[in-house]
Design a protein around this ligand. Structure first.
Ligand code: NAG
Ligand code: NAG
Length: 433
């Protein structure tokens, strides 16, 4: 509401009137009347007014006060409507924030600090300020009423009118300032909200970009199985994890390529722990012992030796029937045995860890048992593979993905500094025609 009351009191009698009064024209009163701008400003002398009970000055003052009251009422309406706008803005802002919160980004906290902290003053503060202005207006109005009552007490009507005029002008400009301030805050609120939303969107799109990049780099291998996992240090925190678990099994074959020159012992190429049995299946070469296979914490030694720093293909088969096992290295069966956890079914639902021995499922690793080297094509089947399949894989003439655990990029996670890289073995292998 911009149409504020503009005092248009034209006090045309003041100049000549006062001069005349000063010359001591006794019994003559000077009359002041509101006239539109541009009217001839000659100074009429109203002789009839001196006999009237209520002077025109008082009449005018009363009118002015009435006008002031109207102005104040209008201002009240303005404030009520501004309060409505502010409420609406507040609820919009709250919705906006809730939106941003539910979209959730890692930097959300920072944003709420940066943008919401910088927001203009609380709009209710502005309303309170307007309320104070209204109070001071009321006070001034009461003052004016008192002044009117005191007119007979000696104050010159002209001076009173000047004072009134000044005060009205003052009040008007104060109100205009308040309204302007309020409107500015309103537009600041709008633009802050827009900025906030813009920043949230920027964060989201940059996150999306990074995810897309990561996905691209993850798909950089020629095919999903053409990668290896590197575990370069003997630590208790470098490891790989197979995302898939195992079903209940009565037989298995596990094959992999290994490259290590660690001594003494290459450590633990893989371990499978289940709740209640951390050593459900473990392949380990520890200290000066030969390589060992553990099934349900029962152990057998394997005639395998791979720690010459070259790639070797190893496969181990096991069946619950008599606990019979076979050990292959580079396509050749180097040993067999029985009574390794006979009639035990492999328990399902555990965790396969590459490069570490588990003391509890998925954790409590021991650095002295860690595998140091490179590992690839870790595949598992729920049956005993034929020797011909195993030798074909070992001489790169065939590749068979495991039917319970296939070696695919998306299935293998690496932690603690373990890395994935392109695989250089079997690069020009010929697949089964
Ligand atoms: C009006 O007059 C009364 C008594 O004559 C006085 O107490 C009061 O202060 C005066 N008010 C103004 C605003 O001059
Ligand atoms: C690879 O192994 C398979 C299965 O034993 C055999 O048939 C094939 O001749 C071997 N190829 C080479 C190049 O040695």
């Amino acid at each position: 509401m911009r149409a504020l009351f503009v005092p248009l009191l034209l006090i045309y009698a003041s100049g000549s009137g006062r001069a005349a009064g000063a010359s001591g024209t006794k019994g003559t009163r000077f009359v002041c009347t509101a006239v539109p701008a541009g009217t001839d400003l000659s100074c009429p002398v109203d002789t009839s007014s001196r006999v009237q009970g209520t002077s025109p000055q008082e009449e005018e003052l009363r009118n002015t006060v009435i006008q002031l009251r109207e102005t104040i009422l209008q201002q009240k309406e303005t404030i009520v409507s501004q309060q409505g706008t502010i409420k609406e803005l507040n609820s919009k802002l709250a919705r906006c924030e809730a939106d941003a919160r539910s979209r959730g980004s890692a930097r959300r906290k920072d944003y709420s600090k940066n943008t919401m902290g910088d927001l203009p003053r609380d709009p209710t503060e502005t309303v309170q300020q307007l309320g104070k202005t209204m109070q001071s207006l009321k006070d001034r109005l009461e003052n004016l009423e008192q002044l009117r009552a005191n007119t007979s007490g000696g104050m010159f009507p002209n001076e009173l009118r000047d004072l009134l005029k000044r005060r009205l002008t003052d009040l008007e400009s104060q109100l205009l300032t308040r309204v302007a301030e309020l409107e500015e805050e309103k537009s600041q609120l709008y633009s802050e909200t827009a900025t906030h939303r813009q920043r949230t969107e920027n964060t989201l799109s940059s996150l999306l970009e990074r995810i897309t990049e990561l996905e691209k780099s993850n798909n950089a291998f020629k095919s999903p199985e053409d990668f290896k996992v590197s575990l370069p240090l003997r630590t208790n925190y470098l490891y790989g994890r197979i995302k898939k678990s195992l079903p209940e099994m009565y037989a298995f074959t596990v094959c992999m390529w290994l490259k290590s020159s660690a001594s003494p012992g290459i450590g633990t190429p893989f371990s499978y722990g289940v709740p209640g049995q951390a050593n459900e299946i473990v392949l380990i070469e520890w200290g000066n012992s030969p390589m060992e296979l553990l099934v349900n914490d029962k152990v057998t030694q394997l005639p395998l030796s791979v720690s010459d720093g070259r790639w070797h293909h190893i496969c181990i088969t096991w069946t619950t029937r008599d606990g019979f096992w076979e050990a292959y290295q580079d396509g050749e069966r180097l040993g067999t045995g029985e009574n390794l956890a006979p009639w035990h079914p492999i328990k399902p639902g555990g965790v396969i860890i590459l490069g570490q021995e588990q003391d509890i499922v998925g954790g409590r690793f021991d650095a002295t048992q860690a595998f140091v080297g490179e590992l690839s094509h870790f595949n598992m089947w729920d049956r005993v593979l034929r020797p011909v399949d195993i030798s074909a894989m070992a001489n790169c003439s065939a590749y068979m993905p495991g039917n319970v655990v296939p070696w695919v990029d998306a299935n293998v996670e690496v932690f603690g500094g373990a890395t994935k890289a392109a695989l250089e073995i079997c690069e020009d292998r010929l697949f089964d025609s």
